[in-house]
Unconditional design. Structure first.
Length: 155
C-alpha cells in the first residue's frame, strides 16, 4: 500500500539494494574516497559505526568497485572463531595449501598472498565483517600475518 502511495517501484531500504542504486550522500562519498585510498595505497582499514548504519552495505559497495583482474577479494563473516580456525578460514578463502597446524597455515597464507601479488598481479583484499566479535588474539594474528620482509612490504 505505501509503495503505491509514495510511488516506489521497490522496497525502500532493503538489505539487498544494489550498490549502483545506493544514495551517494556526503558521508558516503567520503567513505567511498577512503575505500579508493586503501585500494591504491594498501594497508589496514577499520570501518566502524552504530548498528544499522550501513557498514555491511558499504562493504558490498566497496567489493563492487574492485576489478577482479587486479584484486582478490576475501570476505570473512565468521569472526567468532579461535586462532587456528581463523587461520584455517582465511587460508581456505585465499585458496592456500592445506595445513593442520598454525605454523603451516601461517606459511600457506603468506605464500598465497605473495603468489597472488607476484605471479597473478592481484592484490588480496581481506574483509572481516562483524569484526567487533573478533577475539583479541586474532587481531594480534592479523598483525603477524601482514608482516612481510620485516614489515617493509605490503602485498
Amino acid at each position: 500500500m505505501y509503495k503505491t502511495y509514495y510511488g516506489f517501484s521497490g522496497t525502500p531500504f532493503s538489505k539487498d539494494v544494489k550498490p549502483a542504486e545506493l544514495y551517494m550522500h556526503g558521508h558516503f562519498k567520503e567513505l567511498a574516497s577512503r575505500f579508493e585510498y586503501i585500494k591504491q595505497h594498501r594497508g589496514i582499514m577499520l570501518l566502524t559505526g552504530d548498528p544499522g548504519t550501513g557498514k555491511t552495505t558499504s562493504l558490498r559497495y566497496f567489493l563492487s568497485t574492485l576489478n577482479e583482474g587486479l584484486f582478490f577479494p576475501v570476505y570473512l563473516p565468521l569472526s567468532t572463531v579461535g586462532v587456528t580456525d581463523f587461520y584455517r578460514q582465511l587460508n581456505d578463502r585465499l585458496g592456500g595449501e592445506h595445513g593442520h597446524t598454525k605454523s603451516l597455515l601461517f606459511r600457506a597464507i603468506q605464500k598465497r598472498i605473495l603468489d597472488l601479488e607476484s605471479n597473478q598481479n592481484r592484490v588480496p583484499v581481506i574483509i572481516i565483517d562483524e569484526c567487533h566479535f573478533l577475539r583479541n588474539e586474532n587481531f594480534f594474528e592479523l598483525q603477524i600475518i601482514s608482516n612481510f620482509n620485516l614489515d617493509s612490504h605490503d602485498p
